[in-house]
Design a binder for this molecule. Sequence first.
Ligand code: AMP
Ligand code: MG
Length: 488
Amino acid sequence: MMALPFDNSYTRLPERFYARRPATPVEAPRLIHLNRALAGELGLDADWLAGPDGVAALAGNTVPEGADPIAAAYAGHQFGQFVPQLGDGRAVLLGEVIDRTGIRRDIQLKGSGPTPFSRRGDGRAALGPVLREYLVSEAMAALGIPTTRALAAVATGEPVVRETLLPGAVLTRVAASHIRVGTFQFFAVRGDVEALRALADHVVARHYPEAAEAENRYRALLDAVIAAQAGLVARWLLVGFVHGVMNTDNMAVAGETIDYGPCAFLDAYDPGTVFSSIDQNGRYAYGQQPRIALWNLTRFAETLLPLLADDEEQAVREAEAALSGNAPAFEDAYHGGLNRKLGLGAVRDGDPALAGDLLTRMGENQADFTLTFRTLCGAVEGDGSVRDLFVDPTAYDGWAVRWRARLAEETRAPAEIAAAMRTANPAFIPRNHQVEAMIAAAVERNDFAPFETLLAVLARPYADQPEHARYAQAPEGGGVGYRTFCGT
Ligand code: AMP
Ligand code: MG
């Protein structure tokens, strides 16, 4: 029996979709962490994966039976500039498996060596960014946000050359698929309508089967991708997540969060927050994310024009109609989510303004995003400490009067409201200062205990975990000036 029960559909697509290419072996593979729960979900043998044969496969040193490793072709707009060819430059798709719920999932090695798409890159990943992606993607999953997952991290025993020499690692990433807006752009820019149709049909069958029943399946596909992204970005905002590099090659059409390079979470609330050192104009700032998602979706719609209708003007009308659905879908998801965070039921007139007023006051008073909402859960039952999170506590008091008046219209008991709020307002997010400390311990001292601890705490973000209270704390000074770097 195959240790990994692969069933590969992407390699059944035309050969111009990818380059066949195994990973490049590494010196001394050592398993850092295996996600046993995820292995179970995928129907994989976790004991085999953790053993020498499994680790060799996860490092890319052997090709497991049934795998058909490829580097996928894609293009993309990077910070608004179109690049007609990007592709998997440091990753290979080992293959796909059908998980326990019948969903097809990609298993990809990231940091697995050069491919025909590597351009000037070395195809490798440093340990720090691998641990960051592992931790943050798993934290997102535990928060209930659609995301790629981390199955394993393996140290390579080889250095990678960056500004300094750094230890190398390989991440095994699991995704509904790795098909991006940029994958569509790759074929659109080449005028390859046949490939576009094959790709769109593949995505419909795989991710949006209900679209196949629609009168115009490509319009239905576009609607579905727009709805998925609107919901996704709303969920990011609701937990203070800044993706950091929302290039079109980093937007997965399945609607999962993908590519955890320079991402980070807000500490003090400020919609202008930018963490990435290369995002100098704030293109991907926290509060810009809904706008940028629409920009990317517009690029996606453009790739589908030849499929949407035979008549060009009709195709444009279809695309415009679909794109006009983005804002309402986002608003619904975002305001519904804010109401849940505030302990309120269905959104009523005035609720968005009430939530907006709180956010404005938080921004003016450097209130910590996560702590404010988590502390608010207790305020329903009389905890008076939220106001201390505001530079001027009376700014909170002024808002709380309005909030309490609105809460009084709710029929649920306060304890029930508070309990529901605790499932919408996490106590634990991957705090930037703790992620950095975790990475420093691993990279500088070969100490993975902080990684293990943080991973366990973040697996239960909505539980109080008083023994881990320090992981819920905000950094000194609200985290102002924190910078992230692309994990290349
Ligand atoms: P990213 O910024 O991680 O989304 O990557 C953008 C593009 O650069 C993708 O085509 C990657 O495959 C490629 N890339 C990033 N880092 C490397 C690397 N170390 N070696 C080769 N290609 C890379
Ligand atoms: Mg990318």
